[in-house]
Design a protein around this ligand. Structure first.
Ligand code: SOE
Length: 399
C-alpha cells in the first residue's frame, strides 16, 4: 500500500550558515542526522542558505550538502526575513561584526569558538547578545559528549568529593608540518591566538564546565615554527606570530588548582582532549583518544581493588541513547549496548541541545557569557606569558 509520508507539522529552525570550510561539514551533518535520529519534531533544522566569500567553494559545498540557496554576502543571512538562526563558522576576526549585525536584525546566533579576538570584543558581543533577547550559543562541542556529561554528573553528585586538582590539555600534531602555509590561524590579526585559541579554548571551557570559574593564571607560550610559506606563493614565506603551545597553572575560584595546556604541534598526539580531576574522595579522567571510555576512581574501594575502573560509554550514559540501536531496542533488551560514537555524533548532540535552547528561547550554556569567560582566560594567559607574572582573570559583568 503506497502512502504519503507526513511532513513536519512544526516549522523547522531556518538556518543561514556563514563559512563553507571544515566546520560546515560537521554542522550540516549534525543538523541532517538529528532530524533522522530524534522523534521530537521540534529538533528540525532547515538548511536555508549557505554563504562564503569564495563563490566556487560555496556553490560546490551547498550542492554537496543540500543547502537550498547560496550567496557570497553574509548580510544575505543576518538581514534576511527567512532566517531564524545565524550559524557562524568563519575566521575569528569576523565574528564580532557578523554577530552584532545578526543581533541588530533580530536573529538567534550560534558562533564557533573562540567567540572573539579578545575579551573586549567578546564583552561587547555578550552585551548585545543579552540585550537582544535572542538565543546565543558558542559551539563548545565537547560539552555535549556523553562521557564528559557523565563526568560532570558524577562530580555534581559529590562522587569524587571536594575537587583538589584539574589537569587538562588539548594536544594535536597536525601543525608540526612546516610546509603548511601561513593561513589565518597562524596570524594574530585574524585569529587572536594560536593553539591556545583554537583548541585551548575547549580545555578552558571544560575546566569551567567541570570545576568552575578560574580566578588567576601563571602561563608561558612557545612557538616552534617561526616562518611558513605564503598560501599563494609557496616560494616565499612570512612570519607566524601566534603560539604553537600554551601552558598555564590555574587557580579556580573554589580553591582547586590545576593546569591547562594546548598545542597543535606535539608529534604523536592526534586529537587528545584530556582531563584528570582529583577530589578528596575519588578521581575521574578522560582522553578523547579513547573517547568512548571514562575512567573513575573511588577512594572508598577496598585496598585490594583500589584502582581506576574503565567504564565503556553506551546507551546508559547521557546523550548516547540517541545512537545506534534498533528502533525497538529497549523492548529487545538492548538497553546497554555501546557500539561506540565519534566526533560527528558530538556535533549532533550539541545541535540537539541547541534546538532545545531555541525552542525554549533560553540561552542555555554554552552561551556568549561562556564564550566571554573563555576569552577573558585566554587574555589572562597571554598577558601572564608576556609578563611572567600571575594574572587575575578580568571578569566583565554582563547584565
Ligand atoms: C583544529 O585544530 C580543530 O578542528 C579545532 O578547530 C576544533 O575546535 C577541534 O575540535 C578539533 O581540531
Amino acid at each position: 500500500m503506497m502512502k504519503q509520508i507526513n511532513v513536519n507539522s512544526i516549522a523547522p529552525i531556518r538556518v543561514g550558515m556563514i563559512g563553507a570550510g571544515y566546520m560546515l561539514k560537521l554542522h550540516t551533518l549534525a543538523m541532517r542526522n538529528l532530524a533522522s535520529l530524534t522523534d521530537d519534531e521540534r529538533d528540525r533544522f532547515e538548511l536555508t542558505r549557505l554563504v562564503d566569500t569564495n563563490a566556487a567553494l560555496v556553490e560546490h559545498e551547498a550542492i554537496r550538502w543540500g543547502w537550498s540557496q547560496m550567496d557570497t554576502d553574509w548580510r544575505s543571512i543576518t538581514r534576511s526575513a527567512d532566517i531564524d538562526l545565524v550559524d557562524i563558522a568563519t575566521p575569528n576576526d569576523s565574528h564580532h561584526e557578523i554577530c552584532l549585525d545578526a543581533f541588530a536584525h533580530g536573529k538567534h546566533v550560534l558562533c564557533e569558538k573562540p567567540l572573539a579576538m579578545n575579551r573586549h570584543q567578546a564583552a561587547e558581543m555578550a552585551h548585545h547578545a543579552a540585550a537582544s533577547g535572542k538565543v546565543h550559543i558558542v559551539n563548545f562541542t565537547y560539552r555535549s559528549w556523553p562521557a564528559i556529561v557523565q563526568a560532570r554528573q558524577l562530580i555534581q553528585a559529590g562522587k569524587i568529593g571536594k575537587i583538589r586538582h584539574f589537569e587538562g590539555h588539548f594536544f594535536q600534531d597536525h601543525n608540526n608540518d612546516a610546509t603548511i602555509p601561513l593561513h589565518w590561524r597562524f596570524q594574530k590579526a585574524c585569529a587572536g591566538a594560536g593553539a591556545l585559541g583554537d583548541i585551548g579554548s575547549h580545555v578552558i571551557d571544560l575546566a569551567r564546565f567541570l570545576v568552575g570559574d578560574i580566578a588567576s593564571v601563571s602561563a608561558l607560550t612557545q612557538r616552534f615554527i617561526e616562518q611558513r610559506p605564503f598560501p599563494h606563493d609557496r616560494t616565499q614565506s612570512g612570519k607566524v606570530d601566534v603560539d604553537d603551545l600554551a601552558a598555564a597553572l590555574v587557580r579556580f575560584e573554589n580553591g582547586a588548582t590545576g593546569s591547562i595546556k594546548a598545542s597543535w604541534a606535539l608529534p604523536g598526539y592526534k586529537n587528545d582532549v584530556f582531563f584528570s580531576i582529583v577530589g578528596d574522595k575519588g578521581a575521574i579522567r578522560f582522553s578523547w583518544e579513547r573517547s568512548n571510555e571514562l575512567q573513575i576512581f573511588d577512594a572508598a574501594d577496598e585496598p585490594q581493588l583500589s584502582g581506576y575502573r574503565t567504564v565503556l560509554i553506551g546507551r546508559a550514559h547521557p546523550g548516547a541513547e540517541l545512537f545506534w540501536f534498533p528502533a525497538l531496542g529497549g523492548e529487545l533488551g538492548l538497553g546497554v549496548t555501546a557500539q561506540g560514537i565519534g566526533y560527528g555524533e558530538a556535533f549532533t548532540l550539541s545541535f540537539r541541545h541547541y534546538a532545545q535552547a531555541l525552542r525554549t528561547g533560553k540561552s542555555l550554556a554554552p552561551n556568549f557569557i561562556d564564550g566571554l569567560r573563555c576569552c577573558e582566560i585566554i587574555d589572562a594567559i597571554l598577558l601572564s606569558a608576556e609578563t611572567g607574572a600571575w594574572v587575575d582573570v578580568d571578569k566583565t559583568v554582563i547584565v
